[in-house]
Ligand binder design. Structure first.
Ligand SMILES: NC(=O)c1ccc[n+]([C@@H]2O[C@H](COP(=O)([O-])OP(=O)(O)OC[C@H]3O[C@@H](n4cnc5c(N)ncnc54)[C@H](OP(=O)(O)O)[C@@H]3O)[C@@H](O)[C@H]2O)c1
Length: 258
């Protein structure tokens, strides 16, 4: 798809942002904010029709540049080419935002290793592949932000979703180590840990209407990137909640229905 340029407001200065999993509910809401700031966006998603709709919407909201690529991010062999295409199109990159992920089916994954492996691959292996390339790109330039959506579910394994949770735990640990490596090179790594948020991923869950609003989650993400935070729990109350959950003794935790 050919890029289009439009004028937009610039507060803060327009930035060059790569979004992986751009049709995700949380990513779309975040991009709407960046579009009104006049950002340049390179959007990657696997569903061409949804991606075109998101790109068109962001152009009308004031993005100064929008380009897109259709890709299944499980296809790690294509990552280097895809990412090079993105930074060429943007003529640089200030922020890479990784938002793709799957919840998977916990019950199926308990019985079928292939279902378990799919969750681990999409949520952990694919981001590790993307971040390896992106971190080295940023380290060479001593600049850039890598903002990655993990989850509160990664803070402690629970019987109701430990395949998803362990994929996010691996991602959170990878991000902590990556931050420890690249912070001294001037590269910012933000681990984003949302609690339950109203998106397509959670639409079928009981009480999902009480989950966090995606636009306020997106506002917190934009602000945490601007403030160069290390870890964002969003909404904020998930930080003390997860502190308590992480510290419940295992002999008690194993008896709970969580
Ligand atoms: N919603 C929550 O309560 C919550 C809480 C904590 C963390 N998170 C995390 O937040 C991130 C965004 O999720 P969301 O809530 O916005 O859910 P969502 O709307 O379902 O978004 C998930 C996105 O990931 C994309 N995706 C999945 N596998 C992909 C692949 N192999 N290649 C390319 N794209 C792929 C999906 O594409 P398709 O549309 O084509 O399927 C979809 O756009 C995820 O990492 C999720 O784990 C969500």
């Amino acid at each position: 798809m050919s890029p289009t340029r439009q004028s937009g407001t610039s507060n803060p200065p327009p930035r060059k942002i790569l979004v992986l999993g751009a049709t995700s509910g949380i990513a779309e809401a975040t991009c709407r904010i960046w579009a009104t700031q006049g950002a340049s966006l390179f959007l990657v998603a696997r569903n061409a029709e949804k991606l075109a709709a998101v790109a068109a919407d962001l152009r009308t909201r004031g993005a100064s540049y929008v380009d897109t690529a259709v890709a299944d991010l499980d296809d790690t062999d294509t990552h280097a080419e895809l990412l090079a295409q993105a930074v060429n199109s943007l003529t640089g990159m200030d922020i890479a935002y990784l938002a793709h992920g799957i919840l998977g089916d916990q019950a199926e994954a308990e019985q079928d290793f292939n279902a378990a492996a799919q969750i681990i691959y999409t949520n952990f292996m694919a981001p590790v592949s993307l971040l390896t390339w992106l971190a080295n790109f940023c380290v060479q330039r001593h600049a850039g932000t890598l903002a990655v959506i993990s989850s509160v579910a990664g803070d402690r394994g629970r019987k109701s979703n430990y395949l998803y949770g362990s994929s996010k735990a691996g991602l959170s640990a990878f991000l902590a180590g990556l931050r420890n490596r690249v912070d001294r090179e001037g590269v910012h790594v933000l681990s984003i840990k949302p609690g339950p948020t109203r998106t397509a991923m959670t639409a079928a869950m009981p009480n999902s209407e009480k989950f966090a609003d995606v636009d306020s989650v997106a506002e917190s993400i934009v602000s945490a990137i601007d403030k160069r935070k290390d870890i964002l729990y969003v909404p904020f109350q998930w930080q003390p909640i997860m502190f308590v959950i992480r510290n419940i003794p295992e002999r008690i935790f194993k008896k709970l229905n969580l």
